[in-house]
Ligand binder design. Structure first.
Ligand code: GDP
Length: 297
């Protein structure tokens, strides 16, 4: 289960709170110190933790809460509400043009984040919403990325546009768009090339694609299991490229939750979807309230 380490710790802290009946300001402060430790151990960004705990504390130590009949429950409710805020409050959908027009989505991310898999997962989601997606193989450096996209596209019943690995990604993307216009596709999803680390060549290539055709949505794929690295990567991509949203992969194996809880607050960009497994159906829309409930139990 996702976030089990963090979840277990928070649930223990809350059990103590609920068990106490009456609460003093000191009880709340002690509990929030424990919450702070749990979040830091879960690899949540330090600044995010500080401001989260401060917001909860400000609301939780007032007379209204402490003199209420169920102060423990009230504190937990406040933690829940603040966590939903941290996760983005509202579900944000990928923004698509009307079906009569072509929406161009550029997928980016570091190698191994799950970009190619997620690209095929997303195509399946859009297909089931009645769209006609075309996948575009622009990851020309990673051996097997093109084959992988082709195989996954086939599994999803979605067409894949490829020109092999001898052309520049920007030219492949342009040709794909022409192909889409001629053949009635209304979503073009470009699988770009990642690298092991952020480097200038990758960013330049992505910028070139973005500047040469109208990209409507730039989506960053990051691996939740890399914790604060995922947050730093998101910050850098957003700085250089301006992303519209993040897809957080491998949440199924993330016991801590630090990336999920930090990305929105650090980058200001929403989490659009969560990858919950290797299967092509394992992509979930991101609901901040459900995610908070999952974490808080
Ligand atoms: P890329 O280099 O970013 O294109 O990464 P891939 O799409 O090849 O994915 C790298 C590995 O991560 C593959 O083994 C995928 O099956 C796996 N993967 C991708 N998304 C998820 C996910 O949400 N959960 C799990 N458990 N594995 C995933």
């Amino acid at each position: 289960m996702a976030f089990e380490n963090l979840s277990d710790k928070l649930q223990n802290i809350f059990k103590n709170l609920k068990g106490k009946g009456r609460l003093s300001e000191a009880d709340v402060k002690t509990a929030l110190k424990e919450v702070k430790m749990a979040l830091l151990e879960a690899d949540v960004n330090f600044k995010v933790v500080k401001s989260f705990v401060a917001s909860v504390q400000e609301r939780a130590v007032g007379q209204d809460v402490l003199t209420s009949l169920t102060p423990g429950q009230m504190v937990i409710k406040i933690v829940n509400e603040e966590m939903v805020k941290l996760l983005g409050e509202q579900t944000v959908e990928l923004s698509l043009k009307p079906s009569g027009e072509i929406t161009v989505i550029m997928m980016c991310g570091l190698q191994g984040a799950g970009k190619t898999t997620t690209t095929a997962k997303l195509a399946g989601k859009l297909k089931s919403k009645g769209r006609k997606p075309l996948l575009v193989a622009c990851d020309i450096y990673r051996p097997a990325a093109i084959d992988q996209l082709q195989i996954n596209g086939e599994k999803q019943g979605v067409s894949v546009f490829s020109m092999g690995d001898k052309h520049k990604p920007v030219n492949i993307a342009k040709a794909a768009l022409e192909h889409a216009e001629k053949n009635g596709y209304n979503v073009v999803i470009i699988d770009t090339a990642g690298r092991l680390h952020i480097d200038e060549a990758m960013m330049d290539e992505l910028k070139e694609i973005k500047n040469s055709l109208t990209v409507h949505q730039t989506v960053l794929v990051v691996d939740a299991m890399t914790g604060q690295d995922a947050v730093n990567v998101s910050e850098m991509f957003n700085e250089k490229l301006t992303i519209d949203g993040v897809i957080l992969t491998k949440l199924d194996g993330d016991t801590r939750g630090g990336a999920a809880l930090s990305i929105r607050a650090v980058t200001g960009r929403p989490i659009l979807y969560a990858g919950m497994g290797e299967k092509l159906s394992d992509l979930e829309q991101f609901y901040p309230d459900r995610m908070a409930s999952r974490i808080l139990g």
